[in-house]
Design a protein around this ligand. Structure first.
Ligand code: SF4
Length: 287
């Protein structure tokens, strides 16, 4: 008979302040049925929660050009200011759900650019938040994804570094060390948000004492991906799922402690379903 399996959810896991705030704003907007409500791309990086929003009538478009009337909700990741300007020019109601921590990074980039600093952004190319950050640099900002890339930067006098809110602090330290060799003056703004730091620390601690870890969250979610990297780096077997249906009883073989962590865009109901399914699988395995 298999020993009892403990299922432990990380102290900090799931929805962060910025995501909750964005969802509350879009839910409030959708209550008013007098006009359509749109989001540009996914409001948050969780396909299951997005499907719920669509059931409440929230529509998703790829471009402002596809909207002729109604309200546009700007996601927690923020957008290129041109997108907001285009929406207003079309007469749309703009509901800004950009997370205040992302806005803080916008302000640093604007100030650095105005003061004549060359701006570097540590972040994932193609991610919406990073595109919005780069746009604040007026097209002159350089995105770097690693210290190796930063080492290739040309020598410069005055540089500033701002970070995508969901990066790892270790990656920031490495890039700062690399850029310090390429710039005479380097100003660094650590714009990694507290929710990210707490979720990453919590995930690492949990993975270090668990026999297996399940990371729950959208496959398109940058912060969930980083939780997976952090747990994998502890050498504890780590599995990434979006929903409870993807769990496998095989993963529990020989495990006494199963850790669960979840990205900042993972809703509580999905975490609860994962916990319940793991309990059921652990019960089956024990019989
Ligand atoms: S992860 Fe941080 S920056 Fe991003 S929405 Fe959540 S609180 Fe805001």
């Amino acid at each position: 008979m298999q020993a009892r399996v403990d299922i432990i959810v990380a102290e900090d896991a799931g929805f962060c302040f910025g995501v909750k705030r964005a969802l509350e704003r879009v839910a409030r907007a959708a209550e008013d049925r007098s006009r359509p409500v749109y989001t540009l791309g996914a409001l948050i990086h969780n396909p299951q929660e997005i499907a719920r929003l669509q059931q409440r009538g929230v529509r998703q478009v790829d471009s402002v050009d596809q909207i002729s009337d109604g309200a546009l909700v700007l996601s927690a990741h923020g957008v290129d200011p041109q997108v907001e300007a285009d929406a207003r020019a079309r007469g749309l109601e703009v509901i800004d759900a950009t997370c205040p921590f992302v806005k803080r990074a916008h302000s640093h980039i604007l100030a650095l650019s105005q003061e004549g600093y060359h701006v570097f952004i540590l972040g994932d190319r193609g991610h919406r938040e990073v595109e919005g950050l780069a746009a604040r640099g007026g097209g002159a900002a350089d995105i770097v994804t690693s210290a190796e890339e930063a080492e290739q930067a040309p020598l410069r006098e005055r540089c500033g570094l701002v970070v995508q809110t969901t990066q790892r602090p270790e990656a920031l330290s490495e890039v700062v060390a690399a850029l310090a060799q390429r710039c005479r003056e380097l100003r660094v703004f650590n714009t990694i948000c507290e929710a990210t730091v707490k979720r990453q620390e919590s995930a690492r601690k949990l993975a270090e004492r668990a026999d297996v870890v399940v990371v729950v969250g959208g496959r398109n979610s940058a912060n969930t991906g980083r939780l997976r990297e952090i747990c994998t780096a502890t050498r504890t077997p780590t599995h990434h799922v979006e929903t409870a249906e993807e769990l496998s009883a095989e993963w529990l073989r020989g495990a006494q402690r199963v850790g669960i962590t979840a990205g900042a865009s993972t809703p509580p109901w999905i975490i609860e379903e994962v916990v319940a399914r793991l309990r059921a699988l652990a019960g089956d395995a024990a019989q």
